[in-house]
Ligand binder design. Structure first.
Ligand SMILES: Nc1ncnc2c1ncn2[C@@H]1O[C@H](COP(=O)(O)OP(=O)(O)OP(=O)(O)O)[C@@H](O)[C@H]1O
Ligand SMILES: [Mg+2]
Length: 1115
């Protein structure tokens, strides 16, 4: 802790504990502008009423991440502690800021909000969260006698954080706005800031559009003059900016300002009353038949109604209609309709089951107008809150933990205290109860439960006051509700009487009748008996007035006036008015007044969101407030609390002024002395054994006296573990006590010391862990590298082995091959030797047949190719290139040529001859129908044996010395009569073609090969051939050989060509033959599927040769 600070920075350390000493310490510090002081974990804050340079970024940085007592007490100490607890313990936190009006709660809440919203990252949402507060202040704060910026509503704001501790959104809950301020302000007080700010700060344009003037006195609802020190114009600009920063659109803010203007104008609407003759003389009201039951108004109104009916009917009209029109225009309503609902009221008569429209007198019309103004403003405020909530909501995301900040209206005592003050003070009473409960009561109870040595410290428990107010059976609120909803004619007087009857015995209740009857009990035991929270508070000794009662609050006695309690509690706005506003042309107004369910004519519950059915009344305001307080307290109790106790140094709102009496009074009722006593005698810190052990177990390692160290885990009981680690940390026995389940640490220093040791130890351990981790990481990476190397080696070895194996395998195979070859050869030789003689010949023959077939197949293929491309054995035709490029076809051609060439190289001379023969057949006769059948058969030169048979050989030798090339038989057709035929033997030599008579072997014709200039054959499957011999005596020769035509003619073509000039070969179905003397005939060939053999019919023009589709060899 900082010893340079004045006084003592933690009250736990002051030498003497008395109220005077506490105040003195505060004063000493205050004079040095040190406004914060600790009481253990509680921060006491004094309002400096001046700006101190202790909230800048440097200060924020100083407290960020620090321990509570590391730096001088500050509001940031609390904010940091709440945030740290949220992050480290993952627990919801709340910060309770209490103190009377003007003590600095709102400022403190904003400082806290700014600090925690700035944690983590979340800049965008931070701006929105921080901007929401000034927006609400403009509409919900007002200048009062106690505070120039007094909160007239309670505010609880939850800040939601994600798991990393970054703010992600928030939610605002507000509590009962003091709406009565809209229509009525006492003394020097003002209405809500926004009215003044709008008039002072808005542009001329906007002002004209809203039909407003800048003078506040022009508006009946603004009674007080604005003090010059409140810069409303500047505030207006900053409020508009805050709305923008919070994410509210300009149009929405504009719509809200229209409603603000409408409220101001509404206050200026005046009514004029006129009393008519009594009810018996004239019809009092318009009667409308209605199904819905309705209930007439209660309380004072009912009283006046009755009077009006008996005395006469008072009607009222709007005096200044143009003002009403302005209101209508701003609210999106028809002015006449508005006038109707302000000056009339429909009431349901249960007896007649009718809805009756009653006229209202001028006073009642004014009352309705004021009720409308209050409700309008109240709902506008709610609308703003819900809009801001939409802007800061986290949407569907789920917040991890929250920090709730509570800033409620402070305890206040005014000159005239009414229903609003009662609720505000009740709220403060409840918060004080939370503080007492959590810091004084439960703490002491905890010591006893845990068996800690403890001398009880007495304190004032305000539970009794809370009971007085909110006890369900006969508490103040129950009585007020009973009276408010009483079907008779309740008045302020009857209400006070009821209070007197029921509460007279309660020491905290006082009234004139109680004073008079001398029943007042000594209040010496009360903290508030001898002092009042402010100079204006009523002295308890003073005689109370007839309409007053007094409650002795924890913070002082407050005299309340009963007038208005009943009306305000019901807070009625008539249903007609609500329905009319629900039909507004402006969407914002419609949203603020949703359609009502229930009955026409019934009063709307004001703040009640929904009206109940006809028999059930809406909840009264006090009951609603009581239950919302109940919820708030339950919510706060469920969170980890942190306290800021705000104290006001003087009532004049002045800087550097310390009113000892006033401060002492606050210290007393805030229970600071008791708080200090409990803290001092008690323990600043407590924790369950396992939790404590878990946090500080690192401390109990190196100097542990117990061989079972607490780090990393303790094996004994948690209690022993705690004892062990405290011994290890050398914490003195006086500094702590061990309870049954918890350890209690007396001084914050001990915790600081433990935290310090923990941090140091953490660093050592972190280094060690780091080293171990690094070692393990290195080992891991080494192992990984090693693994890689081993893998590589294994791979290389495998490769080498594989190569060696392949080599070995290849060698083995070679050896095996040689061995097998050797064995096969040996076997073969053996086989040959052993093979029987008769087997050799058939095997050889079969082999030759096989080889021959193979050869012929090849010959057929190659001959086809050769016929196309291979005109000569020696020379290749030039390759045709397409556009000078090598095409696919060219490549195929090359391939074929190479193939042919290779094949050619293997051929013998005879083979070549035969191949040439086949190729010639391909070239000339491939179109002939018999071609396919004959081409794959071997071509034979001598079909008759003239070259082999010795007899025929000798016969031939007598005819010609020329060697025979080819010999076949043929049928010769007569040149002029195809029916006349003769058999011939055709023998081809290198010079002539001989046609012999087969019987006599006489040469019938023997044209030289030079004479045969052409050869013709048909396309069809017949054996007719024409040898064109134009130079011969008889001309062309017509022959027929159905079997060997192609084979013979191809050989003839080769032989003729060998003589010098190749003959002209015609293969066609229309052929001609020329004979001597210029005669010629045409041979027309035709196929017929039905035919069995070739038939030739001679006609005048031609020979018609009919040929069957398949060949029939000539007989
Ligand atoms: N820490 C502070 N530094 C400077 N001025 C402060 C500080 N706290 C309070 N004030 C001044 O005191 C005024 C009143 O404070 P604040 O509005 O926070 O009181 P409150 O406790 O919220 O009162 P109420 O209950 O009426 O709302 C502020 O407007 C501001 O001028
Ligand atoms: Mg405030």
């Amino acid at each position: 802790m900082d010893s340079s600070q004045p006084g003592v920075s933690d009250f736990v350390l002051v030498e003497e504990i008395s109220d005077a000493a506490i105040v003195e310490n505060l004063r000493v510090r205050f004079e040095q502008d040190v406004i914060y002081t600790f009481i253990g974990e509680v921060v006491v804050s004094l309002n400096p009423y001046k700006n101190l340079p202790i909230y800048d970024a440097e200060w924020v940085a100083r407290y960020k991440g620090s321990n509570l007592y590391e730096h001088p007490p500050h509001i940031y100490s609390i904010a940091e502690r709440a945030y740290r607890s949220l992050v480290t313990q993952a627990r919801d936190q709340c910060v309770l800021i209490t103190g009377e009006s003007g003590a600095g709660k709102t400022e403190a809440s904003k400082i806290i909000l700014g600090y925690v919203a700035g944690m983590g990252d979340g800049v965008k949402i931070r701006d929105r969260l921080v901007s929401a507060s000034p927006c609400l202040e403009a509409f919900g704060n007002a200048k009062t006698a106690r505070n120039d910026n007094s909160s007239r509503f309670g505010k609880y704001m939850d800040l939601e954080f994600d798991f990393r501790g970054s703010p992600i959104g928030g939610k605002i809950t507000t509590y009962l706005l003091e709406k009565s301020r809209v229509v009525n302000q006492s003394g020097n007080e003002r209405s809500f800031h926004i009215f003044y700010q709008l008039l002072a700060g808005s542009s001329d344009d906007l002002l004209t559009r809203l039909s407003l003037s800048r003078t506040t006195t022009d508006f009946a609802y603004l009674t007080a003059q604005s003090p010059p020190d409140l810069d409303d114009a500047a505030h207006y600009q900053s409020v508009i900016k805050s709305f923008k920063d919070a994410g509210v659109s300009d149009s929405t803010v504009g719509a809200w300002l229209e409603i603000v203007a409408a409220v101001l104008h509404l206050g200026n609407v005046k009514f004029e009353g006129k009393t008519e003759a009594p009810a018996s003389a004239t019809a009092p009201a318009t009667v409308e038949a209605g199904e819905n039951a309705d209930q007439p108004q209660q309380n004072g109104d009912a009283e006046k109604e009755k009077t009006a009916e008996t005395v006469g009917i008072e009607r009222s009209t709007v005096v200044n209609e143009e003002v009403l029109r302005r209101v209508g225009a701003l609210l999106g309503l028809d002015a006449e309709k508005l006038a109707q609902v302000l000056t009339h009221r429909s009431v349901y008569d249960p007896a007649k089951k009718e809805k009756i429209v009653l006229p209202l007198g001028s006073q009642q019309a004014e009352k309705t107008r004021d009720a409308l103004a209050k409700t309008l403003y109240g709902r506008l405020f709610d609308h703003i809150v819900s809009t801001l909530n939409q802007c800061i909501s986290i949407g569907s995301e789920k917040g991890y933990n929250v920090i709730g900040v509570l800033d409620i209206y402070g305890f206040e005592v005014m000159e005239h205290n009414g229903f609003d003050q009662f609720l505000i003070n009740y709220c403060n009473e409840k918060l004080q109860q939370v503080f007492v409960e959590l810091t004084l009561k439960s703490e002491q109870e905890d010591y006893q439960k845990e068996g800690i040595e403890w001398t009880n410290i007495s304190y004032f428990d305000n539970e009794t006051i809370c009971d007085l107010i909110d006890s369900k059976k006969s508490g103040f609120i129950a009585l007020l509700d009973e009276e408010s909803t009483f079907a008779g004619e309740p008045t302020a007087k009857t209400f006070l009487h009821k209070l007197d009857t029921n509460l007279v015995k309660h020491p905290h209740y006082e009234s004139r009748s109680k004073q008079a009857s001398g029943k007042r009990k000594s209040s010496s035991n009360l903290l508030t008996a001898s002092a009042t929270p402010s100079s204006t508070a009523a002295a308890p000794s003073k005689m109370l007035a007839h309409n007053e009662f007094m409650l002795r609050h924890y913070a002082g006695d407050v005299v309340y006036e009963t007038d208005g309690f009943l009306d305000r509690n019901v807070d009625a706005l008539w249903r007609d008015v609500v329905t009319t506003l629900g039909e507004s042309g402006k969407s914002v107004v419609r949203e603020m007044f949703p359609a009502l369910t229930g009955v026409d004519g019934a009063p709307d519950g004001g703040d009640v969101a929904s009206t109940s059915a006809r028999t059930k009344r809406p909840e009264t305001l006090a009951t609603q407030f009581r239950s919302s307080m109940g919820n708030l307290i339950a919510n706060l109790m469920s969170k980890n609390p942190h306290y800021i106790r705000c104290i006001k140094p003087n009532a004049e709102k002045a800087a550097n002024k310390f009113d000892v009496e006033l401060v002492e009074h606050q210290c007393r009722y805030l229970g600071l002395r008791e708080n200090i006593l409990v803290r001092r005698a008690g323990f600043c810190y407590r924790s369950a054994f396992p939790k404590f052990l878990n946090r500080y177990k690192l401390v109990g390692t190196h100097i542990s006296v117990d061989p079972r160290g607490t780090w990393p885990t303790y094996t004994g009981t948690p209690r022993e573990g705690v004892q062990n680690l405290l011994n290890s940390a050398l914490v003195s026995g006086n500094a702590y006590q061990l309870g049954k389940t918890k350890v209690f640490i007396r001084h914050p220093d001990t915790i600081l010391q433990l935290e310090k040791m923990r941090t140091e130890r953490k660093e050592i351990l972190a280094t060690r862990i780091k080293a171990v981790w690094k070692g393990s990481k290195d080992r891991k990476s080494l192992a990984k590298e090693k693994k890689k190397v081993v893998k590589l080696q294994a791979y290389a070895r495998r490769q080498l082995e594989a190569k060696r194996y392949q080599k070995m395998k290849a060698s083995a195979l070679t050896i095996q091959r040689h061995a097998r070859g050797y064995r096969a050869r040996k076997n073969y030789k053996g086989m040959k030797r052993t093979l029987p003689k008769y087997a050799v010949v058939p095997i050889q023959r079969a082999w030759r047949v096989h080889a021959g077939r193979k050869w012929l197949k090849n010959v057929a293929i190659v001959a086809k190719e050769a016929a196309e491309e291979w005109k000569s054995w020696e020379s290749w035709p030039a390759l045709k290139l397409k556009n000078g490029k090598v095409t696919r076809e060219t490549v195929q051609l090359w391939a074929r040529r190479i193939h042919a060439k290779r094949f050619q190289a293997k051929l013998t001379y005879e083979d070549k001859e035969k191949l040439h023969w086949k190729a010639t057949a391909f070239e000339h006769f491939q179109k002939k129908a018999t071609f396919r059948d004959v081409i794959s058969k071997p071509f034979v030169l001598d079909h008759l044996g003239y070259t082999t048979d010795p007899v025929l050989k000798m016969k031939w030798a007598t005819i010609s010395p020329d060697p025979i090339i080819s010999a076949i038989t043929a049928t010769k057709l007569h040149r002029h009569n195809p029916g006349k035929t003769a058999q011939r033997i055709l023998i081809l030599t290198a010079t002539r073609l001989y046609a012999l008579d087969p019987k006599s072997s006489v040469v019938k014709e023997s044209p030289t090969l030079e004479e045969i200039v052409g050869i013709s054959a048909s396309l069809t499957a017949d054996g007719i051939m024409i040898l064109h011999c134009p130079g011969a005596e008889k001309g062309d020769i017509i022959l027929r050989n159905d079997e060997h035509l192609i084979e013979f003619l191809s050989r003839l073509v080769i032989a003729v060509a060998a003589r010098g000039k190749a003959p002209k070969v015609i293969v066609d179905n229309r052929l001609s033959a020329s004979f001597a003397k210029g005669q010629s005939i045409i041979l027309a060939f035709q196929t017929g599927p039905q035919l069995e053999q070739v038939t030739i019919k001679k006609a005048s023009d031609a020979w018609h040769v009919a040929v069957p589709t398949s060949i029939q060899p000539a007989s």
